[in-house]
Design a protein around this ligand. Structure first.
Ligand SMILES: Nc1nc2c(ncn2[C@@H]2O[C@H](COP(=O)(O)OP(=O)(O)OP(=O)(O)O)[C@@H](O)[C@H]2O)c(=O)[nH]1
Length: 858
């Protein structure tokens, strides 16, 4: 059993962050561990307790490990000292009784002296055992006098490989050739294998003992076969292929080793020139390997490594979140921090985290939020699909948490990504029985995108839901997480993973605790004294209250009476409500509120800010509207700005059949989502034109517009104004309303197909063989034997001579002996005449066909 860092901190009356720093210093956790919710293995925990006990004089009444409750408080000056580069002195401030004050230098020196006495290499002060999973890269310790670093862990994930002599360290982690970069060799500390620490615990059993053995990282075979790593950006490296695009591969040459540095995705078009190949050549090489990729497709990393090797290149793939990327982001942030607005910094206070819940359809996002809120949101939804971004605030253990409820359907990707961009913590819900599904991956991509932009300000938590169902398989989900480079903490990764059941309510408190912990690590702060600004989560036009918008205040405090502007819309805040419908006078940072008083519905995802007064707000909104109009008229972009007549004239000018749609939705987010779905309907035969799209009720004006242009009206999550139905009947306008987006999509496809001429389907009813020909009037009649099915009069027919089709027409005469017949069945003889055709020959086959009309497909 492992213990979380914050729990260990609590045991020793320490701040979580300070404990984290201390554990890093002791090399009991990986140097890049960020979260206090990360775990410390049982062995390290015991080592830590031994360490604490060892710090006490022999007379100490009871060792800390045995009586954690009675443990002397350990203060946290280490953290500051370490970060400031000063050699850390352990437990220096407010030194508790019974604990000696020792600096790191003292400890190292003592150990070295002790080792020297025993005539063997000095052991590390705290030489921990081999970690179960290979930890991420460890930077050198701060300053020469700090604790000696552990020898570099070199084992691949989950393999307790024997520790060998320290490897030469690459200057930066190389994703391809060195997935686990090593620390610089420690001068003071010899390899652990040759210098077992007297207090070193027994080796940890190999990870393969786990019930489900996690597979190696996807590209590990390539890692294994790759030649020795090259330092990234090594001095003297020659950029052979300069590139203007930041993502384009760069080739460096050092001696006779050529390395291609690139970031995924590895696109054929970009990768080929780096190899010195034409793209088509690379495509054909890939084909030889059984891989079919086009110019613009990306190829698997393992494949890319093989191809690169074949052409004498090393491949260094720089993944998101690689140390260097993070370093760059950190440097950027540090730079930004270097010139802060002093006033702003002075006024910063902690704010609640904004959390979004992402995941695949039906994996339980709404149920989870519902359980968290203890209110039943899911049951009120049409078709069980969340369709709007809602924002709610809850309180857990005295801390406020703001949740955004983002919809799960693919159509809402856009809304969802907007939701993710204002959030601090993303909870990726994965159903324990289904595992990762396409939309889970899509959501993960969005979340990782946000994390890449602001690594220090965003956390990802995976909630494995539906743990109560029969097929629940937590290990499978963890396995999938590892394959996606977001390995869970207990598998040696960093991603906080909480198994829950939204229905049974299990694991929810732990999830909330994890959110709070992660938020503490993120140190979320905002200045409530500033003028408010934030983002629009959702907007709509309410019949009674006019345009209203759910907003999240990100900075400052929004107050009733404030003048705000958002794009071409402005508001004087008339009233604000929280998610319980309570009237609020002011909304501090991270509060979601519904604001009334807008000039129109602002776009969801757009930013708003408070301005001096309503006059300024109105003026700014007008200017923005003017600017937008100008863009529209010059680029003739938005359909809304074009006159309906001219638009319809343009459409009529084309020969292609077009389904014209006037769209009305309840909120802007929905209209975007519906448009997204409609744009996704592809057909070469019928095009779809959204003539206009707006929010609100379906109005008489919509009907008149549709009548003029031959459009249909589609309402989504909205109703019809009074008098619309008779008017639509009068003008023969079709109105369809929907509450579920995929039903809307299916119906629109049907309506598009209805515009097409039906396809003709031929069904063979029977066949007859011509046995003789008889003269009749000026022509001939074929004397036949029906050989299969039946021959019916007036149906279509085809005359075949061998493989050749000689005639196609209708059976105009069908006789049985001398009588007319309507149909003649197999085994009987009959006389057949096809229209005016007379060229029958014995042995010809007459096929009788029925032609059916079927709805054309798109
Ligand atoms: N057994 C079980 N069923 C669950 C659990 N969580 C959710 N469900 C069920 O899974 C179904 C989908 O749940 P929702 O909460 O609507 O899922 P969602 O991810 O919000 O779905 P969308 O809004 O459609 O994206 C419902 O029938 C829930 O009752 C759980 O923990 N255990």
């Amino acid at each position: 059993m492992s213990i979380r860092i914050h729990e260990l901190a609590k045991r020793h009356n320490m701040e979580g962050k300070d404990m984290l720093t201390l554990l890093k210093e002791l090399n009991f956790v990986a140097a890049d561990t960020k979260s206090v919710s990360s775990t410390v293995s049982k062995i390290y925990e015991e080592e830590f307790e031994k360490y604490i006990a060892a710090k006490k004089p022999a007379s100490a009444p009871a060792p800390v490990a045995e009586t954690p409750a009675a443990a002397a408080p350990v203060e946290s000056a280490v953290a500051d000292q370490v970060s400031s580069g000063v050699a850390p002195a352990v437990f220096t401030t407010k030194q508790p009784a019974g604990i000696m004050v020792k600096s790191a230098q003292d400890i190292v020196r003592e150990k070295e002296e002790a080792a020297a006495k025993q005539n063997k290499p000095a052991p590390s002060v705290m030489v921990p055992p081999v970690r179960p999973a290979s930890p991420p890269p460890r930077p050198p310790m701060p300053g020469p006098t700090s604790f000696a670093p552990r020898p570099a862990p070199t084992s691949p994930p989950f393999v307790s490989a024997p520790i060998s002599a320290p490897k030469p360290a690459p200057s930066a982690p190389a994703a391809v050739s060195a997935p686990r970069p090593v620390s610089p060799p420690a001068a003071v500390v010899p390899p652990r294998s040759s210098a077992p620490s007297p207090i070193a615990p027994p080796p940890i059993p190999a990870r393969s003992a786990s019930p489900v053995t996690p597979p190696p990282f996807p590209s590990s075979p390539a890692f294994a076969s790759a030649p020795k790593p090259l330092p990234v950006s090594a001095p003297g490296a020659v950029p052979a292929i300069p590139s203007s695009a930041t993502n384009a591969p760069i080739v460096t040459v050092q001696g006779d080793v050529k390395t291609i540095h690139l970031k995924p995705p590895i696109i054929v078009r970009d990768f080929a020139p780096a190899l010195g190949l034409k793209p088509f050549k690379l495509i054909s090489e890939l084909m030889e390997m059984g891989i079919f990729a086009s110019m613009n497709q990306n190829i698997d990393e393992t494949v890319a490594v093989k191809v690169a090797e074949k052409h004498g290149f090393l491949l260094e793939i720089k993944h998101r979140g690689d140390a260097s990327t993070q370093q760059a982001a950190k440097e950027k942030q540090a730079k930004a921090k270097a010139n802060p607005d002093e006033e702003e910094v002075k006024n910063l206070v902690s704010r609640p985290p904004v959390i979004c819940i992402l995941g695949h359809v039906d994996h339980g996002k709404t149920s989870l939020l519902d359980t968290i809120r203890k209110a039943n949101v899911a049951s009120g939804e049409a078709g069980g699909i969340t369709q709007h971004i809602g924002a709610y605030q809850i309180e857990f253990k005295g801390k406020k948490l703001t949740f955004l409820d983002t919809p799960g359907h693919a159509a809402f990707t856009k809304m969802r990504s907007r939701g993710a961009s204002v959030t601090d913590v993303a909870i990726l819900v994965v159903a324990a029985d289904d595992g990762f599904m396409p939309q889970t991956d899509e959501a993960l991509k969005i979340a990782l995108g946000v994390k890449e932009q602001q690594p220090e300000k965003f956390a990802l938590i995976v909630a494995v839901n539906k743990m109560d169902v029969k097929g629940a398989n937590l290990d499978q989900v963890k396995n999938q997480m590892q394959q996606r480079n977001i390995a869970p903490e207990d598998w040696g990764g960093e991603t906080v993973t909480v198994p829950v059941s939204a229905i049974k309510g299990t694991g929810i408190d732990e999830l909330l605790e994890m959110i709070i912990l992660q938020s503490e690590v993120l140190e979320l702060k905002a200045n409530p004294k500033a003028e408010a600004s934030g983002a629009i989560i959702e907007s709509q036009i309410d019949v009674g209250r006019g345009p209203l918008a759910t907003v999240i205040v990100q900075r400052g405090t929004l107050r009733v009476g404030d003048a705000i502007v958002c794009g071409a819309q402005w508001a004087r805040v008339r009233a604000m409500f929280d998610d319980q419908g309570k009237n609020l006078k002011e909304a501090p940072p991270a509060t979601p509120v519904r604001v009334i008083g807008w000039s129109g519905a602002p776009d969801s995802g757009a930013s708003f800010k408070v301005v001096k007064n309503a006059r300024d707000a109105e003026k700014m909104a007008e200017e923005e509207e003017h600017r937008l109009k100008k863009i529209t008229t010059t680029s003739d972009a938005a359909p809304k700005q074009i006159s309906v007549e001219s638009l319809f004239a343009n459409i009529a000018a084309t020969q292609q059949k077009t389904l014209k749609v006037i769209l009305k939705t309840d909120v802007f987010g929905s209209s975007e989502a519906v448009r997204h779905v409609l744009e996704g309907i592809k057909s070469t035969k019928v095009s779809l034109e959204v003539v206009s799209s707006d929010v609100g009720l379906v109005s008489k004006n919509d009907v008149l517009m549709a009548g003029t242009g031959g459009a249909i009206v589609i309402g989504f999550n909205t109703k019809l104004e009074n008098g619309v139905t008779p008017l639509a009947k009068h003008h023969n306008v079709r109105i369809e309303t929907f509450g579920i987006i995929y039903e809307l999509a299916d119906k629109v496809k049907e309506m598009m197909a209805d515009l097409l001429d039906p396809d003709l389907k031929e069904i063979k009813l029977g066949a007859a063989e011509i046995r003789a020909t008889f003269p009749q009037g000026k022509g001939f009649v074929a004397g036949c034997l029906v050989t299969e099915g039946k021959i019916t009069r007036n149906n279509s027919a085809r005359l075949r001579r061998g493989k050749e089709i000689v005639y196609e027409g209708k059976i105009s005469t069908l006789k049985r002996f001398k009588d007319d017949a309507n149909e003649v069945r197999a085994g009987l003889e009959c006389g057949i005449k096809l229209d005016d055709f007379n060229g029958y020959q014995t042995g010809d086959i007459i096929e009788c066909l029925e032609i059916q009309k079927v709805r054309a497909s798109l």
